[in-house]
Design a binder for this molecule. Sequence first.
Ligand SMILES: NC(=O)c1ccc[n+]([C@@H]2O[C@H](COP(=O)([O-])OP(=O)(O)OC[C@H]3O[C@@H](n4cnc5c(N)ncnc54)[C@H](OP(=O)(O)O)[C@@H]3O)[C@@H](O)[C@H]2O)c1
Length: 299
Amino acid sequence: MRVFVTGASGHIASALIPELLAAGHQVVGLARSDAAAATVAARGAEVRRGDATEPDSFLDAVDAADGVIHLAYDHSFRDMAAAAAADLRTMRAVGDRLAGTGKPLVTTTGTLMLALAANGKLGFEHDVLPGGPRIDTENAVVAMADDGVRSSAIRLAPLVHSDLDAHGFGPTMIRIAREKGVAAYIGDGANRWPAVHTRDAARLYRLALESAPAGTRLHAVEDEGVPVRTIAETIGRRLGVPTASITPEQAGDHFGFLAPLLQLDNPTSSEATRKLLGWEPQYPKLIEDLEAEHYFQAA
Ligand SMILES: NC(=O)c1ccc[n+]([C@@H]2O[C@H](COP(=O)([O-])OP(=O)(O)OC[C@H]3O[C@@H](n4cnc5c(N)ncnc54)[C@H](OP(=O)(O)O)[C@@H]3O)[C@@H](O)[C@H]2O)c1
């Protein structure tokens, strides 16, 4: 397949592009700057210049593709509602172009949305949320199945980890622990976060592209839920700093934008995804990966 990939210069795409190429696909990657274009080319993909928030800048590349994988997202946290709204507009524009073609469109959301709606409940692929930032995009893309698009939405675990992960939540937690001299967790730290290795997530995107039925929700999750306290203890030991509990009141100062998220309890199943696509994660789980050298050299 000729596959158009947005976010092609980002973290997940660093594993996805090689995964697609190794499976015999051609990849065209969106890039909005010279630096991104150089990264995409170095990964072996054809470069398409354009801006993910301005669909007119790349919709002809969508027309020319046999399938689309959408990874681009504004992670600046300047205006989270505006970022989600732009993402929805982009997906609607792409969906309009793909309507009636039966071509695959794979978009990206996150499992944390499930905990924001029902904290502590084990999340399943069949859980559908009524609406909200990012959820609106997920629901819109899934609904494109009714318009002749083979659409699917991958809910990524918040911790997508590997030697390729330079700026995700894991490196952010490590940086904060190093700066503050303490690896903190909030309250008793028993709340759980799911995780997946970047390369396993990349394989799931490829499988979804190749064979997910129209209108499918998928979970890119290997660890169903690792207690945040266990993550903090591992980071503290690896950095040689103490691990300590902080109160929810102290969390804002300590963790900044991460504070509310790090209090979520987000156990998430991926059983249905594994069964549907024969996806079995093969790479190290979160704690094994945190024990490896790469996170503490890079941080
Ligand atoms: N990694 C994780 O831990 C994680 C967890 C849960 C969900 N997710 C979701 O997974 C998706 C991919 O994540 P990632 O970690 O690969 O992201 P990332 O490393 O932050 O990369 C973001 C990508 O989006 C591109 N981008 C952003 N705004 C753009 C625009 N206006 N026009 C063109 N390109 C634009 C960036 O291009 P530049 O290189 O030009 O900046 C970059 O290629 C996102 O939807 C993210 O929210 C990731």
